[in-house]
Design a protein around this ligand. Structure first.
Ligand code: ZN
Length: 434
């Protein structure tokens, strides 16, 4: 058995979970070697190109920050024991913490500790990107165990001019019109937020690489907020190619899917995502754009107003494990990852074939029988459905209705409508509206 056979023998979800597990230990942030190490691993799977934007580069109203890197950190008690240890969890250090190396009193230490009394075993994830500060995140149990003594605090970080790193995969299609899919890569050891999506997008890219594509696809692996702003500043003149887009995050928990519409609310991607989610489960949820959340905030800002929605499972803040050490490798399920991959695949499949057609024989119905398209013998439901699909497609192919609209109006499955359109096109009765 060669390597390829082994790969197909393992379920997709397990493969994605394996990648998530490989990425999990890396301490990522909005800049630094953690993002580079992450993208290096992804490069083993996909043709990823990386970009470095120097610190100090103005990006719209922001500036690319100094680069942050960390080697080690701990709090030691008087006995010299590491009672809080970065090596055990990178969440223990306030992300972007400035370096520190000194003795502090318990009172001073407490001013620099973050914890969650409501979940005494969990470590919170906290950042301080734009205010220079040092700190540790600890479990409440660790906090309560502190004695009134002095502690050695050591954070071995650097915050220096460097660059912000992001990755991009471009898959050319027949058209230069683009589908843009963005996912954030800036969180340290948190599995659902957002290694789940990094893993699912990596495998989605591998699937698309094997297909002939109508659209060109651009996947960007970027730090949240500042990374999206930086990417948009670098690509300001190219985004007019974007026809549809999605922000991918939080794809590994067992919750239902959530789709947040684009700012305009009636883009084709909104219609396609709603259709797929509604058919997948009545429990999935669709909601309108709000200017808060992930990087749709930047992509949908009024200057860009890109047709991009956000497709997640349980949304941020709606699961208690969010931004804590409980968002770990057990929280993310292989079956959920595989289901998310499949759902994104369905959205793309419809985008790829959702065209509007022109009926080339619009004066009365064409005679389907002489073209082998009218089969009275096939009287089963599937056959009748196909016959009805032919009639609906012919009727609504006036250039104003795309196939998804015909599927919704006829209540016939999109795949049947799309198949019928293909047969009619083969028979010379339809042409794609340009
Ligand atoms: Zn987050």
């Amino acid at each position: 058995m060669n390597a390829g056979n082994v790969e197909t023998a393992i379920a997709k979800g397990e493969q994605i979970h394996h990648l998530v597990s490989d990425l999990f230990p890396i301490c990522r942030s909005i800049t630094g070697d953690g993002v580079r190490a992450t993208l290096n691993i992804l490069r083993q799977y996909i043709p990823l190109e990386t970009f470095e934007v120097p610190s100090g580069t103005p990006v719209f109203d922001w500036v690319v920050p100094k680069e942050w890197n960390i080697r080690d950190a701990y709090i030691k008690n008087r006995a010299g024991e590491r009672i809080v240890d970065f090596r055990r969890s990178n969440l223990h250090v306030l992300n972007y913490s400035t370096p520190v190396n000194r003795q502090v009193s318990l009172e001073e230490l407490k001013n620099h500790l973050h914890y969650l009394p409501e979940h005494p075993d969990w470590i919170p994830y906290r950042t301080s990107y734009y205010k220079e500060d040092w700190g540790f995140c600890v479990s409440y149990n660790q906090y309560k165990a502190l004695q009134d003594e002095s502690y050695e605090v050591f954070i071995d970080t650097t915050l220096e001019p460097g660059s912000l790193t992001y990755g991009e995969v471009y898959l050319p299609g027949e058209s230069r019109d683009e589908v843009l899919i963005s996912t954030h890569v800036c969180h340290p050891s948190l599995a659902n937020d957002n290694l789940s999506s990094i893993g699912v997008m990596t495998f989605l890219i591998r699937e698309l690489m094997e297909r002939k594509l109508r659209y060109s696809y651009r996947f960007i692996f970027i730090p949240g907020t500042i990374g999206a702003i930086t990417w948009l500043a670098q690509n300001k003149d190219n985004v007019s190619q974007v026809r549809h887009g999605l922000v991918a995050s939080l794809l590994g928990d067992t919750g239902v899917f959530h789709y947040k519409r684009s700012r305009s609310g009636n883009a084709e991607i909104d219609q396609v995502a709603e259709y797929v989610l509604n058919r997948h489960s009545p429990h999935n949820r669709i909601f309108d754009f709000i200017p808060y959340g992930y990087d749709e905030r930047q992509f949908c800002s009024p200057g860009f107003n890109l047709p991009m929605g956000s497709l997640t499972r349980t949304t941020y803040g709606e699961y208690v494990e969010y931004h804590t050490s409980a968002d770990n490798l057990e929280f993310v399920k292989a079956s959920s990852l595989e289901e998310s991959l499949d759902l994104y695949g369905q959205v793309i499949k419809i985008l790829e074939s959702n065209k509007a057609y022109i009926n080339l024989n619009p004066y009365c119905e064409p005679q389907l029988g002489k073209r082998g398209l009218y089969d009275l013998k096939g009287g089963d439901n599937q056959g009748k459905n196909f016959q009805m699909a032919l009639l609906w497609v012919l009727s609504l192919s006036d250039g104003d209705h795309n196939l998804l609209e015909i599927a919704k109006r006829s209540a016939i499955d999109f795949n049947t409508i799309s198949f019928a359109a293909g047969r009619l096109e083969d028979a010379g009765l339809l042409k794609v509206k340009n």
